[in-house]
Design a protein around this ligand. Structure first.
Ligand code: GLN
Length: 206
């Protein structure tokens, strides 16, 4: 059984754990450095990036998370998790992991539209889709979401809103989504991440 951990300090980790269980993956909740041992992948959930970062520092997780990602462990950050993964996070007040070559802007959609939903076409999901699922849009839930302002070389854009704003990207073993796939019934993004874990993520560490 694959072991994909979920950082369980704050935020929507229970929902990620439930979807991973549906995929037949063992999803340990990670609270301390010892919980990282033996993982084949890690999800950093959405929530409040300031709080997650403070708790990760308190529990001495930051250095270990950086080391594992640099060694090639697949990591997926959703929303606040994406803020933590990014090399530059505008508006973030706490240290982040500084791993993925993207610049994100925190709370980028402004107060008036803090939360919204959008149907996105994400061709990259086709590799993990059944015949009926292929080409189907992905219903994405945005909650006080960040967006991706800049992607570095070697970063693949996976999804953008109609106006061109980038909301999902991948760089080798690192995956980032501004929205919350764990809050829908559509399991394709979790399958995509499991596929990264299973296919050895191409070894392109950031
Ligand atoms: N606005 C939150 C932050 O900056 C992120 C929101 C989310 O994860 N849904 O941390």
């Amino acid at each position: 059984m694959r072991r994909i951990g979920v950082l369980a300090l704050q935020g929507s980790f229970i929902e990620h754990i439930a979807l991973l269980e549906r995929l037949g993956v063992e999803p340990p909740a990670v609270k301390l450095p010892k919980d990282l041992v033996g993982l084949e992948g890690l999800i950093i959930p959405g929530g409040e990036s300031t709080t997650i970062s403070k708790l990760a520092a308190t529990y001495k997780l930051m250095d270990e998370l950086k080391r594992l990602a640099k060694d090639g462990l697949p990591m997926w950050g959703t929303c606040a998790g994406m803020i933590l993964l990014a090399r530059e996070s505008e508006g973030a007040t706490q240290p982040h992991l500084d791993l993925m070559d993207i610049t994100v802007e925190r709370n980028a959609f402004g107060r008036q539209v803090e939360s919204f939903e959008a149907d996105l076409l994400i061709p990259a999901l086709d590799v993990v889709s059944s015949e009926e699922e292929k080409g189907k849009s992905f219903h994405a839930v945005f909650i006080r979401a960040p967006w991706i302002k800049r992607v570095g070389e070697g970063v693949e854009v996976l999804a953008a809103l109609d106006e061109g704003v980038i909301v999902a990207a991948r760089q080798g073993n690192l995956l980032a989504t501004a929205f919350h796939p764990e809050l829908t019934e559509d399991i394709r993004f979790h399958r995509y991440f499991l596929n990264m874990v299973e296919s050895g993520h191409n070894g392109m560490a950031a």
